[in-house]
Design a protein around this ligand. Structure first.
Ligand code: ADP
Ligand code: ASP
Ligand code: MG
Length: 456
């Protein structure tokens, strides 16, 4: 039994959907279960439509929905033949009619709660799971759409819901029998429902996490994450051009990379798979013959200390200066308590005698946070920064990595530097407009003479 997850870009066009069906068909003897994201950029469009509605711009919202409905109609028309196309068009229209009703409500009220936003965003995967199941049938594969909300049980933290693994695993058991009987269930990733049956989502990019949870629940032999690149690469190919594929990377290294911005995997993906000892593989749906990257429990011996470099833009650095001369006892606790109260995660922290610098990815509550901090400190915040994370398990055993990184960076001004507590990551902060230069310089420094056992 294998779980195969296909991301939005692997399902963005009729040709892409056909490619996916072909890949699944070839693996039917391995008893696949399919997890899909919404087609293409559907989730972004849904989010945009929800924001238009909240702002009371009803026409803008309706325009966006019309375009999105038309996009799905085109996918159906160019993928399915008569009977199935009719069924699919009916399903697409039913979904968009319901969605329009929800968003008209949002426009009237001018209010968009996280709970409503989850309902809106869920439509992408609710539709794609139906279309992909029908497309599989069209290719002679016994695809059957399964509503993931009946299986994925989560808490009520809408837009960032945490799965209840035990409850979800228990519900997934009957699917094993269906797969054994030759069915190919197709579930939407990213979506779930609370114990009370209210629709929830696992956070952006959460379909990878869904695939891992479902794989753990059905006790799959392998979890395959099919995407639009050859596997986990030494860096984001959208930032750097001469990247290399990793043949294998450890669960811990992959999690660290994901957390620090390597979008190829959702940061929580590795956890359920790791707990059940299920191998994960990242593969390219456009080049299915490439062997991809294996994510394995233990670190592979490797001549190169650095495995990959991740980056994240849109970071804000917050500098907090204690108003007393020296950091008084309790200052750090008081400071972090503020971030905690406003539910804002802090990624990197550097301290000196009288000040603390930290980085934030999410600045939704920044104004309130600064106001609170200013009650006992002087605060400055600077946007347009970027974090760079140099990741590799043996960084901790290899002297001179920091010196090499700083020397390679030459003229780039490094704002913060920290060797992560996890010990497998050296992180830096640079201004966003210097990110490309910094990434290229570090990549050139650390990926020259590559261990062929680890890098392709
Ligand atoms: P999907 O739609 O399949 O979920 P995503 O867009 O979420 O795909 O993730 C794939 C993208 O992740 C790639 O196109 C690539 O630009 C980006 N990426 C960032 N860092 C890495 C990395 N180290 N290795 C591979 N891809 C990366
Ligand atoms: N469709 C969702 C998103 O765009 C989930 C995913 O693609 O993983 O965030
Ligand atoms: Mg993704």
């Amino acid at each position: 039994m294998i779980v195969m997850k296909f991301g939005g870009s692997s399902l963005e066009s009729p040709e892409a959907i056909q490619r996916v069906c072909h890949i699944v068909k070839e693996r039917v003897p391995q008893a696949p279960l399919v997890v899909v994201s919404a087609h293409g950029a559907t989730t972004n469009r849904l989010l945009q439509a929800a924001r238009e509605a909240r702002a009371g711009r009803r026409e803008g919202m309706e325009d966006l929905l019309r375009q999105l409905r038309e996009y799905h109609h085109e996918l159906v028309r160019d993928t399915l033949s008569n009977g199935r196309a009719e069924t699919a068009l009916g399903a697409v229209d039913d979904h968009f009619d319901k969605l329009l009703e929800v968003l008209r409500g949002v426009a009237v009220l001018g209010e968009l709660t996280p709970r409503t936003l989850d309902t809106v965003m869920s439509f992408g995967e609710r539709i794609s799971s139906r279309l992909v199941a029908l497309a599989l049938c069209e290719q002679g594969v016994a695809g059957s759409a399964v509503d993931a909300r009946d299986y994925m049980v989560t808490d009520e933290r809408h837009t960032q819901a945490q799965p209840n693994l035990a409850a979800t695993y228990a519900r997934l058991v009957p699917l094993r029998a269906a797969i054994r009987q030759g069915q190919v269930p197709v579930l939407g990733g990213f979506i779930g429902a609370t114990e009370e049956g209210v629709t929830s989502t696992l956070g952006r990019g959460g379909s990878d996490f869904s695939a891992s949870i479902i794989g753990a629940g059905v006790e799959a032999d392998e979890i395959q994450i099919w995407t639009d690149v050859d596997g986990v690469l030494t860096s984001d190919p959208r930032v750097i051009s001469n990247v290399h594929r990793l043949r294998a990377i450890s669960f811990a290294e992959a999690s660290e990379l994901a957390y620090f911005g390597a979008k190829v995997l959702h940061p929580a993906t590795m956890l359920p798979a790791m707990q059940k000892g299920i191998p994960v593989r990242v593969l390219n749906s456009r080049r299915p013959h490439v062997e991809g990257t294996r994510i394995v429990p233990d670190v592979q011996p490797c001549r190169n200390p650095v495995k990959a470099i991740a980056c994240k833009k849109g970071i804000t650095v917050v500098n907090v200066h204690s108003t007393r001369m020296l950091m008084a006892h309790g200052f750090l606790r008081r400071m972090f308590e503020v971030f905690d109260r406003f539910e804002t995660p802090v990624d990197m922290v550097c301290t000196s005698e009288v000040s603390v610098s930290l980085t934030l990815d999410n600045t939704d509550r920044l104004v309130e946070i600064v106001a609170e901090l200013e009650r006992f400190s002087t605060v400055s915040a600077e946007g347009a920064q970027a974090t760079v994370a140099i990741v590799g398990d043996s960084i901790r055993y290899t002297p001179g990595i920091t010196a090499r990184a700083l020397a390679a960076l030459g003229g780039v001004n490094v704002r913060m530097i920290s060797q992560g507590a996890s010990l497998l990551n050296l992180s830096l902060v640079v201004a966003e407009d210097q990110l490309h230069t910094a990434m290229q310089a570090l990549h050139d420094e650390f990926f020259q003479d590559l261990d062929p056992e680890v890098f392709a």
